[in-house]
Write a protein that binds this ligand. Structure first.
Ligand SMILES: [Fe+2]
Length: 197
């Protein structure tokens, strides 16, 4: 009888669980990002310090079948952002520009609900709604961050070029032009200059 789900035959094979997004295989790497590694990223730094520093905000699995920095290759990964907030701000990723602004990326939502926050070089910031099945094309010139606005984990796949690289510094120093905050119990993209109104 045929197996309903056969593992890939290649040595470095990676299997995707289409229900949960999980990546399985010896070549899969993973890391997690606890609150203590996100200093200065959330608006309410005092609240972040009050929370358990080991709380996992998000975790990532990824596969690097080609060398980082090599031209023409692609990476694949899955990110899980857990539900939670720091004050009124939903749990989210650090966010980054690509070091190489000509390199684009795809995100595809597996589970949960959230927002993909995008910002161009002029700091104009907007968002796309993430729901199961939503596919997001990210122009290489735009910074990107994902936010879990739901009560369950937000899980999404990503595919990006091996030579995209990361520019985290701009986000660490200046943030995005807007934040996703809970306003009257609902997620809203609030321009940074309006946060204190
Ligand atoms: Fe990226």
């Amino acid at each position: 009888m045929a197996m309903p789900f056969e593992l890939p035959h290649q040595a470095d094979g990676v299997t995707l669980d289409w229900q949960t997004g999980t990546m399985i295989g010896a070549a899969v790497q993973q890391s997690r990002k606890p609150l203590k590694d996100l200093a200065g990223i959330f608006r309410d730094e005092a609240r972040r310090k009050q929370a358990d520093p080991d709380t996992t905000v998000y975790q990532v699995q990824w596969w690097e079948p080609a060398a980082t920095g090599s031209e023409g290759g692609l990476f694949w990964g899955v990110t899980t952002i857990f539900p939670g907030r720091v004050g009124e701000e939903y749990f989210m990723t650090h966010g980054h520009f690509h070091a190489n602004r000509t390199r684009a990326e795809y995100y595809g939502t597996v589970q949960g609900e959230g927002m993909l926050v995008l910002m161009n070089a002029n700091r104009q910031t907007w968002s796309e709604r993430m729901v199961p099945g939503s596919l997001h094309y990210i122009d290489g010139r735009n910074a990107h961050r994902t936010v879990n606005t739901g009560d369950t984990p937000l899980i999404f796949w990503a595919c990006w070029p091996t030579d995209a690289g990361y520019d985290y510094t701009t986000i660490r120093e200046k943030g995005f032009g807007a934040r996703v905050l809970s306003v009257n119990g609902k997620p809203a993209l609030v321009p940074s200059h309006a946060e204190n109104l």
